[in-house]
Design a protein around this ligand. Structure first.
Ligand code: 5GP
Length: 205
């Protein structure tokens, strides 16, 4: 482990269909030194999604048990519907090994991370415009109209929260946005402020 670099918890948040998943995948493919957390969710798998790779798909009862047993570093109900949570143990293990960990989560989760880990780095991925966001959501065709309307209501709230983040990155081009994400991570890793209590490696409950 390079002693001049401190592994950090990085949050990548932003509205529905902004391209968080695509940008995170680009980071995964091109910058393997950054680790990614696999969330648990109660929503059904979409075609092509693999259990344990894209998400751990769990029942409501399993999710309840994981909450009760303190297995989540943060968890939230997203779009008033399904539940999602970040597993504490695997994130802690990656930080202990000296790797920064990227969490692709919603605004509620980002706020929980901010409260528990003051030195986490919060990045907001924004669309070039509202119209472009709607176009991307319709274009990916994975939600029906009711679900799209639900997601756009959440998106309005999320877009209004940008000033809570350490930086906003506009996703006009996936490779460029991903490179900017990685630059922010590298900057944060080499920042020489002292580690705050309860941060890597000490994922406090
Ligand atoms: P989707 O169902 O489209 O995969 O994800 C819906 C939303 O849930 C996205 O905004 C995604 O970032 C968020 N999400 C995914 N995993 C987590 C998680 O572990 N915690 C929280 N709070 N949100 C998550």
């Amino acid at each position: 482990m390079d002693p001049s670099r401190r592994p950090r918890l990085i949050v990548l948040a932003g509205p529905t269909a902004v391209g968080k998943g695509t940008v995170a995948q680009y980071v995964r493919d091109h910058f393997p030194q950054i680790r990614h957390s696999v969330s648990a969710t109660t929503r059904a798998a979409r075609p092509g999604e693999v259990d344990g790779v894209h998400y751990a798909f769990v029942s409501d009862a399993d999710f309840d048990r994981m909450v009760d047993e303190g297995e989540f570093l943060e968890h939230a109900t997203v779009h008033n519907r399904s539940r999602y949570g970040t597993p504490r143990a695997s994130v802690q293990a990656a930080l202990d090994e000296g790797s920064s960990v990227l969490l692709e989560i919603d605004l509620q989760g980002a706020r929980q991370v901010r409260a528990s880990f003051p030195d986490a780095v919060l990045l907001f991925l924004a669309p070039p415009s509202w119209d472009e966001l709607v176009r991307r959501l319709v274009g990916r065709g994975t939600e029906d109209e009711e679900e799209r309307a639900r997601r756009l209501r959440t998106a309005e709230v999320e877009l209004a929260s940008q000033e809570e983040f350490d930086a906003t990155i506009v996703n006009a081009d996936v490779a460029e946005a991903a490179r900017e994400v990685v630059e922010r991570i590298l900057e944060a890793e080499s920042a020489d402020e002292p580690a705050a209590a309860g941060t890597p490696g000490g994922v406090a409950r």
